[in-house]
Design a protein around this ligand. Sequence first.
Ligand code: PYC
Length: 333
Amino acid sequence: MRTTRVFHAVDSHTEGMPTRVITGGVGTIPGNTMAERRLWFMENCDHIRKLLMNEPRGHSAMSGTILQPPTRDDADYGVLYIEVSGLLPMCGHGTIGTATVLVETGMVEVVEPVTTIRLDTPAGFVVAEVAVKDGHAESVTIKNVASYVDRLSATVDVPGYGEVAYDLAFGGNFYAIVETESLGIGFDRKNKDELLKAGLAIMDAINDTDMPVHVERPDIREVHHVYLQAPGSDAKHSRHAMAIHPGWFDRSPCGTGTSARMAQLFSKGELELNSDFTNESFIGSQFIGRLVETTTVGDKPAVIPTVTGRAWVTGTAQYFLDPSDPFPEGFQL
Ligand code: PYC
């Protein structure tokens, strides 16, 4: 056995979606903030993300985090969010998975019934409250970054689909929210290929014609997620399939997508502060969201969401790179 690199990982899943938490092997990434580290990593270390996320070590819907020392005194850990699509500024299921791993491996001091973990993320400061019983992380509630609506009742001309109506909101990433009924595609897993094709065409059309850019953070831009909303969804319980660039569905109910959807519902006057909102994924798993405060982002009215979900540790691993491996960055099929 030969290797030029060793990456230590604790694998987990959050309501069905993997989070591979890299606990060692990367070193401290240069940068004064996690946002700077994200950009530095994208430019200089993307081969590490590809090695850890792509086949054969990962798969086409793989996701994870890299733990770092924090860049601010009030945080316990810094986090980078890696996945097959690139590096996200924030990821809800990834934060829930990471907080669960930190508790269950004893990488933070565990306090029952609630362990508070303060995370320094590229999108901002995120607090995870882990409900712990007998050493087991039962659920995690994250207090996410400020979320806001970028546009409501917009339309975009999508080749092959015509004029598509959508709302667009930010919840740590940008989300286009589209009703599947308006696309004429039945909300059913047997239609997954058709739904994914439509979602990818919609995000491309929006990015080509009116690409979103965060009002305060020019480093956060583009829409890579389309919330394909199921018929019958409302401000109490919403079902969806989350189509993600370059071509997969979130298995979890998507924490940043839940936040964006709640910001949309709030701005339409359909969801109040401190009301439970159930967001259901394409595989039927659920997060419970709540809006706990109002705020502003630049000149936009915004809300602070919390999202609660569960995660489970699935294993530990060391990932190697043999110098003769013909696929040092893995591959996608
Ligand atoms: O949970 O925020 C989330 C997320 C983003 C992409 C996949 N999951």
